[in-house]
Design a protein around this ligand. Structure first.
Ligand code: PLP
Length: 358
């Protein structure tokens, strides 16, 4: 790609928030963004890195009406040696194109996806926090820009990447979350868009999320749409149940998003002497397992928090406390492995790290 890079003036640069505790999650954005346009005649063209600012959108732009949008989420980590690590970004590039195919959007060559991220991060290097736990969140996305209100796939798109420095997810150490198991709402159904990383799935989840918070829970645990019987995922995280030294996660079924952290946990299990199984697991089995103690831990997996221990499930107005709301050894071990690899403190046996070359 021949990226045009707009020079910024000193006065265009924002002050850095150096107190990583104040960063939170995606509240601040770096100085620049990457944009590239697509049209049927010119394919992908005009790649640019320029000052972060508004996108030029007509009110009739298709994305604003019919939600033809996809995105990705990944992170860059600064190691203690000062190297910059990406974690399995090739997987994000592939998933971006699977999402694109589902929403009738053009595919983006994987090397262009990777280059857009790497070039932008190199220029925005100062925005990568340098304390362990903090990182630079990378948000690539694509939107439909035809200015027509007929319902069909757009012929024009914008691909854009923005960057946000994020603080440590666990400010005061791990804090196991409560999940609200809804049997009222569902997130996605097989044949729908559940496997795609698209804004529409998140819009569908907001109301249940609000109900969850009213009930004192952080997030929703979704059940299958047909029977409200089998566990699916958490909506921005996949879910794992720990039975002693065995991990169980719902198998991909057409409505669950194939998380990269999920795949990493399944892959690293053997290394940590854990068994791992992808299968259907019903909410009754889960509740039974918590009650009898055969389920020893539950955790979510996703880019934002890496591993997120679950301390409580609220189902049909009852609370089911997991492992005394404490972080269990298995969640801790997996978290330590993943973050150790990401921050370059541990060997990387699966070649997950892609270093940014300066
Ligand atoms: C992004 C996402 C996840 C987690 O995927 P990772 O690649 O591990 O970050 C899980 N569920 C949904 C619905 C998601 O959008």
């Amino acid at each position: 790609m021949k990226i045009s890079i707009q020079p910024l003036k000193e006065s265009d640069l924002k002050p850095l928030e150096t107190d990583t505790k104040k960063l939170g999650f995606c509240k601040f954005f770096s100085d620049r963004m990457f944009t590239m346009h697509y049209s049927e005649t010119d394919n992908w063209h005009n790649p640019e890195i320029k000052k972060l600012g508004s996108l030029d959108l007509e009110p009739s732009s298709m994305v604003l009406h019919y939600g033809q949008e996809i995105f990705e989420g990944l992170k860059a980590f600064r190691t203690s040696k000062g190297e910059i690590n990406l974690f399995r970004p090739e997987m994000n590039a592939k998933r971006f194109n699977r999402s694109a195919a589902r929403l009738c959007m053009p595919s983006l060559p994987e090397y262009d996806f990777l280059e857009s991220i790497e070039k932008l991060i190199k220029i925005e290097e100062r925005w990568i926090p340098n304390s362990k736990g903090a990182s630079l969140y990378i948000r690539p996305f694509m939107i439909a820009t035809d200015t027509i209100l007929g319902v069909r796939a757009s012929s024009n798109y914008i691909y854009c990447v923005i960057l946000s420095p994020v603080g440590p997810y666990y400010q005061e150490g791990f804090n196991p979350v409560s999940l609200y198991v809804t049997d009222e709402f569902c997130r996605a159904a097989k044949g729908g868009m559940g496997e795609a990383k698209t804004g529409g799935n998140y819009a569908a989840s907001l109301l249940a999320g609000r109900v969850a918070r009213e009930k004192g829970c952080a997030q929703v645990l979704w059940l299958d749409p047909a029977h409200r019987k089998y566990v699916e995922e958490v909506g921005a995280m996949n879910i794992f149940f720990v039975f002693g030294d065995s991990l169980v996660t719902p198998k991909l079924n057409g409505s669950i998003l194939a998380g990269i952290t999920r795949d990493s946990v399944l892959t690293l299990a053997k290394t940590l002497n854990l068994k791992a199984e992808e299968r259907e697991i019903s909410i009754d089995e889960v509740i039974g397992g918590i009650t009898t103690g055969s389920i020893t831990e539950i955790f979510g997996s996703g880019t934002a928090a890496s591993i997120s221990p679950v301390g409580n499930l609220k189902y049909q107005e009852k609370d089911y406390i997991v492992n005394n709301r404490k972080v269990g050894p298995v969640s801790q071990k997996i978290y330590d492995f993943l973050t150790g690899v990401q921050y370059g403190e541990k060997e990387d046996p699966f070649k997950w790290i892609r270093k940014i070359e300066f």
